[in-house]
Design a protein around this ligand. Structure first.
Ligand code: BGC
Length: 726
């Protein structure tokens, strides 16, 4: 018997090697079937659930390897213990922290996205991870969502264009990206319970497109289900979302992984599209127990249902086929590279993306600050020195080195006298808890005002941080305003020295009662390892800012669509929530309802000036199958090299259904030397103007007149065209 098993194992191992050597030449499905036929039912079930916090078992008997995963999405997370939450205390698990995905989205540059993906994928590979848990493309619906910083903003088109190269970049390393959190996980409050009621139209037009692009264009190899419910069923095993839309309509051939602890029912998990269960707490697994993982929904309870015939064997076969396919793409792919980590190139990528994503919101001759001048520069604010790669929940990172803004500025502004005052302080980040700060904010304020008085110029570096109830998983922000008394502090600082500019570090919009009082505002996101250098690059003018807002900054919270409709719309009542604003998310709402935002989607200033001219359209009449081509010229009319993002929006005039005034349908970033002109053209498929028609459960291209808007921000349109679609 022993000899037979050994021989069988040998055959499989040999065939695995054989397979590995020829992954491209032979039909993958045949290989998968040949392995599948040699697995016992127990082995198959074992592959469908975790064996530790971040891994699933292979089949040791046959030489089939384990799958190792890591968060994501901004770098490779520090090593977690085998069985319980908490860091394993390794000393070799430092990583490059890349800018948050909000920053990446703000670059409006898919090339940066590809570089990001390649670099973070290389780090994952080097750390021997097979699945990187990211990117996230949940839509920015409310500025209170604690996890917005991990996502790509409020616009489905922008998120779709940015997510695809990230996925392709990661996966070219033989590491799977895991697109998350599918879907409607747009808040952290009640994320484990809330049942989201959203129209089919808003689902298809707003919340699904970036996932669809990730699956169909990015060819992502794994998708993570969300914690929340849709139509009363948990998203991690949801018949409509997973079986119908993802696997049937979109033909996703990869693995659906739960969010950690997102499975809640064995039968549903077996039948409704889930392939792999991770991190459940259902049986007290937060502490280690013998064979604890056997109690997962997709472990012994599943085996039981399979054996009694309550769910068909075909369910497990389908899951295992997908898991094996993932293995052939990752851990059993002999051609994948070895990866790299913490190298100069990755830091450069992080810095480049950081500088390119920073958005200059307002500038009254304040930025750039000349680094050669002998100034006294007061740097005020806790974010000038606070480490922001730790904290924030699962995306937190153990950066090899995190350059703080203060350090970055000190290194660049060698001629300046720099005085630093913390101004306010918050406690250290801790998941699910607010730890009180160490110092008294009143005395910090007094010191800050004194520093401001002594300075020629004040740079306030504040915003949110990664503490609980800030930009952090597991809870939403409690207020739209700045925390820790920063509004009052800013007031006092500006009174002491009106020559004050703000560097806002956050992943979210904030209320700005001080907007008219400060001379400049720079939106700097969570920028990772190279944060301080990236900020200094833009503050000093070494890099001309070219980021654009990937979401709207409302003046006040009630101006945001989700909040306009009250509690039922956010956060819900008794765990039931209705997305009452429907398709009017973000700028779609502000434009349509004529609610002027503080800063609009797509907005972002430069140190130079651009002129957009000669805008033309290829035709005035279009039919199905046609493409609209907008061409224009753009000149850098001032004296600094820089980049501008040409944005094209389209809106339907008089529609059968409610429509947004306009929606982003194309964009292009253009780099120009001083005086340089470039001619560009942007294509839009006419089909992309269709709306999702619930009466036919399909896309419907309405005939009639549309307006095409060309500009450099959703609220700065320089040319419009009327067109007709037949
Ligand atoms: C988060 C996921 C993350 C997972 C593993 C969950 O709490 O929602 O985004 O990938 O934990 O850390």
């Amino acid at each position: 018997m022993k000899i037979r098993v050994y021989l069988l194992a040998l055959v499989v191992i040999n065939s695995c090697f054989d397979i590995m050597a020829q992954t491209n030449s032979k039909d993958l499905d045949t290989k998968i079937e040949s392995i599948l036929s040699q697995l016992t039912l127990e082995e198959k079930v074992a592959m469908c659930h975790a064996q530790s916090k971040f891994s699933t078992p292979g089949v040791a008997r046959l030489g089939i390897p384990e799958i190792w995963m890591s968060d994501g999405p901004h770098g490779v997370r520090g090593e977690i213990n085998w069985d319980k939450w908490g860091y394993a205390g390794w000393t070799n698990d430092f990583a490059t922290a890349f800018p948050a995905l909000t920053c990446l989205a703000a670059t409006f540059n898919p090339e940066r996205s590809e570089e990001y993906g390649i670099a973070v994928g290389e780090e994952a590979r080097y750390r021997r991870k097979d699945v990187l848990l990211g990117p996230g493309v949940n839509i920015y619906r409310t500025p209170l969502n604690g996890r917005n910083f991990e996502y790509m903003g409020e616009d489905p088109f922008l998120a779709s264009k940015m997510v695809v190269p990230y996925i392709q970049g990661v996966q070219q390393n033989g590491v799977a990206a895991c697109l998350k959190h599918y879907v409607l996980n747009n808040q952290e409050v009640w994320r484990n319970k809330v049942n989201v009621k959203v129209s089919e139209r808003a689902l298809y037009e707003i919340y699904l497109p970036a996932f669809k692009a990730g699956v169909q264009e990015g060819k992502v190899w794994s998708v993570m289900g969300a914690y929340n419910k849709y139509k009363g069923q948990y998203c991690c095993h949801n018949e409509i979302l997973l079986n119908k839309i993802l696997k049937n309509d979109w033909q996703f051939d990869g693995v659906v992984i739960t969010d950690w602890g997102g499975a809640t029912n064995t039968r549903e998990a077996a039948l409704y599209g889930l392939d792999m269960e991770m991190g459940s707490h259902s049986d007290g697994l937060t502490v280690s127990a013998d064979y604890a993982y056997d109690y997962y929904y997709l472990a012994n309870p599943y085996l039981e249902l399979l054996k009694t015939g309550e769910v068909p064997i075909s369910t497990v076969d389908d899951k295992v086929r997908r898991i094996l396919r993932l293995m052939f793409r990752t851990t059993m792919n002999p051609d994948r590279g070895l990866g790299r980590m913490n190298n100069r190139e990755h830091l450069d990528v992080a810095r480049k993306i950081g500088t390119e994503g920073i958005v200059l919101l307002k500038n009254e001759d304040f930025f750039p600050i000349d680094p050669n001048k002998e100034l006294t520069l007061a740097i005020i604010g806790e974010n000038a020195t606070k480490a922001l790669t730790p904290g924030g929940g699962s995306s937190e990172l153990k950066a090899k080195d995190e350059v703080s803004p203060l350090r970055g500025i000190k290194e660049r502004f060698k001629n300046a006298k720099i005085i630093h005052a913390m101004g306010y302080n918050s406690g250290p980040p801790q998941y699910g808890k607010v730890i009180p700060p160490k110092y008294n904010n009143d005395s910090l304020k007094t010191a800050a005002v004194a520093a401001a008085k002594k300075a020629d110029l004040v740079l306030f570096i504040g915003g949110l941080n990664k503490n609980h109830y800030q930009d952090c998983e597991g809870g939403d922000r409690l207020d739209y305003g700045l925390p820790f008394g920063q509004d009052e502090l800013l007031d006092a600082v500006v009174k002491a020295n009106p020559n004050t500019g703000m560097v806002l570090i956050s992943g979210n919009a904030v209320e700005m009662p001080w907007v008219d009082k400060v001379k400049g505002i720079m939106q700097a996101w969570f920028l990772g390892s190279q944060s301080g250098h990236a900020i200094a690059d833009v503050v000093s003018g070494d890099v001309n800012p070219s980021g654009k807002l990937p979401f709207t900054f409302p003046v006040k919270l009630e101006d945001n669509a989700a909040h306009y409709y009250g509690e039922i719309s956010y956060p819900g009542v008794d765990y039931e929530q209705e997305y009452k604003e429907d398709i009017l998310v973000g700028y779609r709402w502000h434009d349509t309802r004529k609610i002027k935002p503080q800063f609009a989607f797509g907005h972002g200033l430069s140190y130079t000036e651009f002129q957009l001219f000669n805008a033309e359209i290829n035709s005035k009449n279009f039919e199905k199958g046609d493409a609209i081509t907008i061409s224009c010229s753009i000149t850098n009319t001032a004296n600094m090299a820089g980049a501008e993002v040409v944005q094209v929006y389209v809106g339907k005039n008089k529609s059968k259904v409610p429509r947004a005034v306009k929606e982003l349908k194309g964009f292009q970033k253009v780099y120009l030397e001083p005086g340089e002109t470039e001619d560009i053209s942007i294509d839009i498929k006419i089909e992309d103007l269709a709306y999702y028609d619930e009466s036919i459960s399909d896309w419907n291209l309405e005939e009639g007149s549309y307006t095409v808007y060309v500009g450099n921000a959703s609220d700065n349109i320089s040319r419009t065209f009327k067109i007709r679609v037949k």
